[in-house]
Design a protein around this ligand. Structure first.
Ligand SMILES: NC(=O)c1ccc[n+]([C@@H]2O[C@H](COP(=O)([O-])OP(=O)(O)OC[C@H]3O[C@@H](n4cnc5c(N)ncnc54)[C@H](OP(=O)(O)O)[C@@H]3O)[C@@H](O)[C@H]2O)c1
Length: 243
């Protein structure tokens, strides 16, 4: 992995990457991680994101998970990507120990319908959380509550600013959102995104795939500032924060 900006090109070690992606001293902080093709597709030809990724992207994806207290994900992504609790092999235990983090990040699923797989709800090394609305189906809410902690934020839409507060109060100040596009649009609209990590994959797909955001246009658009730009095998790893 080479650093193009802000330093001169230089080969980066894992420890350099840990430093570049460290959460700021002043928490809380919500970081989003996405991969996109050159023509803006956030889904590969199989409608999943893994096919857009490469080795370095998977490495950074794993590092970002290793640095987080909680991974926030939309239920659509959890369903289409078959999300399960994070296992010990997916994160660096030694790094988490060094940083004083829990053994594993929890997954927090944002959902109205509560259509979430039992394998995810049951949790693993860390318990799974569900963030939903007052209007979620009552019977399903009872079933889900038997398996996972249910946080209610908002009436018909999850109020994402409130959801962030609930996660912080539960001891999860280092938040990582892994998408997807519907949740991302609502997070940006709520001014809840502190940082955006975007991998630009060096391929063109065309077609009608979703892009990083899905939903009504944001007026005014939200502005971000480039913090670093890394490169590996023609993939770009951009890190932006809210201006
Ligand atoms: N390229 C990437 O980095 C990347 C990352 C993530 C996902 N993806 C791709 O994106 C696609 C999925 O897109 P998507 O837009 O369906 O994903 P999504 O945002 O993960 O899921 C949408 C669902 O999440 C819940 N949700 C989102 N915002 C909500 C809110 N404000 N309040 C209440 N519930 C909310 C709802 O769940 P319920 O339906 O349960 O009510 C909604 O239907 C997949 O193909 C996936 O592979 C790509």
């Amino acid at each position: 992995v080479q650093s193009l900006f802000p330093t001169a090109p230089a080969e980066l070690s894992y420890d350099d990457l840990v430093e570049l992606y460290a959460y700021p001293a002043e928490l809380p902080w919500l970081r989003v991680n996405f991969v996109s093709s050159l023509d803006g597709a956030a889904q590969g030809s199989d409608h999943r994101s893994g096919t857009l990724s490469n080795r370095a992207d998977r490495r950074i994806f794993g590092l970002l998970r290793s640095l987080a207290d909680v991974i926030v994900v939309g239920a659509g992504t959890a369903r289409s990507e078959g999300y399960l609790p994070v296992t010990a092999t997916e994160t660096r235990t030694s790094l988490r120990n060094r940083l004083g983090l829990a053994a594993s990040p929890s997954i927090a699923v944002v959902s109205r319908s509560l259509r979430i797989d039992a394998g995810l709800l049951e949790g693993g090394l860390a318990p799974t959380l569900v963030i939903t609305t007052e209007s979620a189906p009552a019977e399903r809410r009872k079933e889900v509550s038997a398996l996972a902690a249910v946080l209610v934020a908002g009436e018909t839409d999850v109020d994402l600013a409130l959801a962030k507060e609930l996660l912080i109060s539960r001891g999860f100040p280092r938040m990582l959102c892994e998408g997807g596009p519907t949740l991302m649009r609502d997070l940006v609209a709520a001014d809840a995104v502190d940082e955006l990590c975007l991998t630009v994959a060096p391929r063109v797909l065309a077609g009608d795939r979703l892009r990083m955001t899905q939903g009504p246009v944001l007026d005014p658009p939200r502005e971000f500032v480039l913090r670093h730009l890394l490169e590996d095998e023609s993939s770009l790893f951009c890190r932006y924060s809210r201006s």
